[in-house]
Design a protein around this ligand. Structure first.
Ligand code: MRU
Length: 360
């Protein structure tokens, strides 16, 4: 998608054997890239959220394995790199999925062939992610078209939480891809953007993306969604996911569950957009089984942003000395999800339809 009119991706390999990423801790204030040259750089980029969003975390881990294979392709070194990458963030299952996939490819090869194979597999995963997100966009745009037809005039109002746009993937995004495809189809859309405390991925990243793409949007505080939905100001909610169980429960950024509750109370359809790499087929109960990341309390007690002089800084907002807890994700039970939009189409959030759609 576009930054300053230029098609841009979130991650790409360089001709000299490194990887570059857009540094998402600097957006929207600065467009800066960071060069990853070894597996520790990849681990740090994921843990510090220079890259974030489930699909992008997975692709970054895959490129991390390619960097690791370039440094030392022996079994023990690769196992250690894989363990360090796997521990970098716990909730998005795309990370484990990507490491498992690249691990399977490398295990079958002699060490001398592993580096080239890892680069090729990581690149294939990046391209597949782009294709899956584009397909999600097509299927999701049908939902927006249906909402437009139901309304019979005026923009379709979509509410989204966090950032599940192209910055959370390699390109296109999941929850925002339907909006980009709807724009291509000439459907008028307005997006309510939840600011998404504590790290403000909505206010900083989703708003940046939509602004660069020329899509009408309004940032609201996280607690505004219920009010907007009660007053008929939201036609549908679309969010991403970090892990979807085989039964259709979906973990996503903290606060997603509350939006789903409000949507149910007001009769607003609530969609989860996610590629199959986000489905954890081994789990059946999201609330009980999905690990929820707890991050540094500083993200709650402080805000990161741009000061009047243009410098980037943390600013304390909380009373000094108070404890703070930082649960990064929550789980929306399948019963609150109208449908899941995948690269293979729209599917009910329950075990049998999911199994059938993905031939499991
Ligand atoms: O903590 P983050 O910014 O990695 O959380 C991101 C989200 O919760 C996204 O909604 C999710 O990963 C889906 S990304 C297409």
């Amino acid at each position: 998608m576009l930054i300053d009119g230029q098609p841009t991706r979130t991650i790409w390999p360089t001709p000299d054997g490194a990887v570059e990423i857009l540094d998402q801790t600097r957006l929207p204030h600065r467009v800066e890239t960071v060069r990853l040259t070894n597996v520790e750089d990849a681990v740090r980029a994921i843990a510090d959220m220079q890259v974030r969003g489930a699909p992008l975390i997975g692709v970054t881990a895959a490129y991390g394995m390619a960097l690791a294979a370039g440094a030392d392709p022996a079994d023990e070194a690769l196992a250690s790199a894989r363990a360090r990458l796997a521990a970098s963030r716990p909730t998005a299952v795309n990370l484990a999925w990507a490491l498992e996939r690249i691990g399977r490819v490398l295990a079958d090869l002699p060490p001398a062939h592993r580096e080239a194979a890892a680069w090729a597999e990581a690149a294939a995963m990046a391209e597949e992610d782009v294709a899956a997100c584009r397909a999600i966009g097509e299927h999701g745009a049908d939902l927006i078209a249906e909402a437009a037809a139901r309304k019979g005039g005026g923009p379709v109002n979509v509410l989204t939480h966090c950032n599940a746009g192209w910055l959370a993937t390699v390109d296109w995004g999941t929850a925002l891809a339907p909006i980009y495809v709807a724009q291509e189809r000439g459907i008028e859309v307005h997006v309510w953007v939840d600011e998404t405390r504590p790290r403000n991925q909505g206010a900083a990243l989703t708003a940046f993306e939509l602004g660069q793409q020329g899509i009408a949007h309004t940032i609201v505080v996280d607690n505004a969604g219920g009010h907007l939905m009660q007053h008929g100001m939201v036609d549908l909610c679309v969010v991403g996911a970090d892990r979807v169980t085989s039964t259709g429960d979906a973990a996503n950024k903290i606060g997603t569950y509350l939006k789903a509750l409000a949507a149910r109370d007001s009769g607003v359809p609530f969609f989860v957009a996610a590629p199959s790499s986000t489905i954890d087929w081994s789990l059946t109960d999201g609330v009980a089984q999905i690990p929820i990341e707890q991050r540094d309390a500083r993200e709650v007690t402080h805000l990161w942003g741009s000061l009047e002089d243009g410098s980037l800084s943390w600013v304390r907002v909380a009373s000094p000395g108070s404890a703070a807890a930082n649960y990064a994700f929550d789980v929306t039970p399948a019963r609150l999800i109208t449908a899941i939009v995948t690269e293979r189409g729209r599917v009910a959030a329950s075990a049998e339809p999911l199994r059938t759609l993905f031939d499991r």
